[in-house]
Unconditional design. Structure first.
Ligand SMILES: Cc1ncc(COP(=O)(O)O)c(C=O)c1O
Length: 445
């Protein structure tokens, strides 16, 4: 096996014998708390009995058929997602197997939609000379990760795109981040930030050349960052002004992670295209692109020119349906909100006591304790230091070695992203251990 984003010579994965709830049991007798929820894939905890039962039952009838056929779980899941996601229900859903594949499908779909619009709408008759006959540019943001396939990587501002440059896919333009210590804009300067994106759109050719804006509503793997107040609503208005699509990537934040089914619900924003993955399939690889009525309609009489093997996997869809039922019936969204509020308050207390914490950010059960750099107001790591080991990795190692708590340590801070089924008792213990690790971080370094 190759470990992702790592030199391989010291790769020594921990041997696992079983998993349950928030816990991973190892063959050498350890019981490890997963404070990253298998990278947000197991929001409902490991091996939830309702999902396991749904998978077992589904295996008795249909596991997979192509989309020339329909199976009940796949059809029901598309209906369910159309119903629970923001906006009217007349959407269409495309299923795939990973977040990156969903990002590819979303971008492909967005460009095809614009292509159809150009053919059918005189307003879009391009000014000559044009390099390309229809809009293709996508505005993304620097602090973003959208996946490891070529187009998804090209859409990512994250330094991981540098591995493939200069051979990234053309057509992606990066805007500054919404706020926070990495942004050139003041957190409060939403209007200035939006005006700058407006300027980028105009300079890139406006509606004649630009398809849309691709965002993560809450930044995740570039250090958890909430959008400043009013930002997403104004971005929606900006997209409407230019007739651009707002493409929202909720691969990490959907399925209750932030206390609502979708993070964009916190901001009252309706995307034109919504991407989800990770926790959707519970324990099966499953992702989805939800096209709003406006976009989906364009494929009624035009080709949806996209496709992949294993799209609409019935077994994964059955798991997803059971997982959504679990979130709703077990009141896990309410639990996540209440627990998240408490976690936020505790983290604030911890942050005030420890000089090595620059700030905390999060919502629901999606938090990060951002670790301070040498200058407390600057982040611990600059973009150009992505692969340099720093104190965050040491703190994470300490948590694993001393307290059997797993949280990957290669980022900007300590991820506090437990399974949504975490109990108050478990969370109190986790935060006690996090505080201990922060207290000892001088010695750790
Ligand atoms: C917002 C976002 N989009 C897309 C992806 C890629 O998903 P996958 O790893 O399933 O391809 C990720 C992965 O972390 C993500 O966080």
């Amino acid at each position: 096996m190759l470990q992702c984003w790592a030199k391989q010579q010291n790769y020594k994965p921990i041997e696992v014998s079983s998993t349950d709830g928030c816990w991973i049991y190892t063959t050498d007798g350890r019981k490890i708390f997963d404070l990253r929820s298998a990278h947000e894939c197991i929001n409902i905890g490991f091996r939830h009995p309702r999902v396991l039962q749904a998978i077992q039952e589904q295996m008795q009838s249909v596991v997979y058929v192509t989309d020339d056929f329909a199976s009940p779980p796949t059809a029901k899941l598309a209906q369910k997602l159309a119903h629970i996601s923001p906006g009217n229900e007349n959407k269409k859903v495309y299923f795939c197997q990973s977040g990156a594949a969903a990002v590819e499908a979303a971008i492909h779909g967005a460009r095809l939609y614009k292509y159809n619009q150009v053919l059918q709408n005189e307003r879009y008759t391009p000014d000559a000379p044009q390099q390309y006959p229809y809009p293709y540019k996508i505005i993304s943001r620097y602090r973003s990760w959208h996946g490891a396939t070529n187009v998804a990587t090209s859409a990512s501002g994250d330094p991981r795109r540098w591995f493939t440059e200069p051979l990234t896919a053309p057509g992606f333009i990066f805007a500054p981040d919404a706020g926070g210590p990495h942004s050139p804009f003041d957190t409060e300067s939403v209007d200035e930030n939006i005006a700058y994106i407006d300027y980028i759109i105009e300079q890139e050719g406006g509606s004649n050349a630009v398809v849309g804006v691709l965002i993560k509503p809450i930044v995740g793997s570039n250090g958890i960052m909430l959008p400043p107040s009013g930002y997403l609503g104004k971005l929606r208005e900006l997209c409407d002004k230019w007739d651009l699509l707002l493409i929202v990537d909720e691969t990490m934040t959907a399925m209750g992670r932030t206390g609502k089914m979708f993070a964009c619900e916190h901001y009252g924003v309706e995307p034109d295209i919504l991407i989800m993955g990770k926790a959707l399939g519970a324990y099966c690889p499953l992702a989805a692109v939800i096209f709003s009525e406006k976009v989906a309609q364009s494929f009624d009489t035009n080709y949806f020119g996209h496709g992949q093997s294993y799209s609409g996997h019935a077994l994964a869809a059955a798991a997803a349906l059971a997982s959504i039922d679990t979130l709703i019936e077990d009141k896990l969204l309410e639990h996540t909100q209440a627990m998240g509020d408490w976690v936020g308050r505790r983290l604030l207390e911890i942050a005030e006591k420890h000089a090595n914490v620059s700030h905390i950010q999060g919502i629901g059960l999606f938090w990060m304790v951002h670790i301070a750099g040498k200058d407390k107001n600057k982040p611990v790591r600059r973009a150009t230091e992505k692969y340099q080991e720093n104190i965050v990795a040491s703190i994470s190692r300490y948590l694993l070695d001393q307290h059997n708590i797993y949280t990957p340590g290669d980022k900007f801070g300590i991820w506090i992203v437990p399974p949504l089924v975490v109990t108050q008792e478990e969370m109190s213990w986790v935060l006690f251990c996090v505080e201990d690790a922060l207290e000892n971080s001088d010695q750790i370094e």
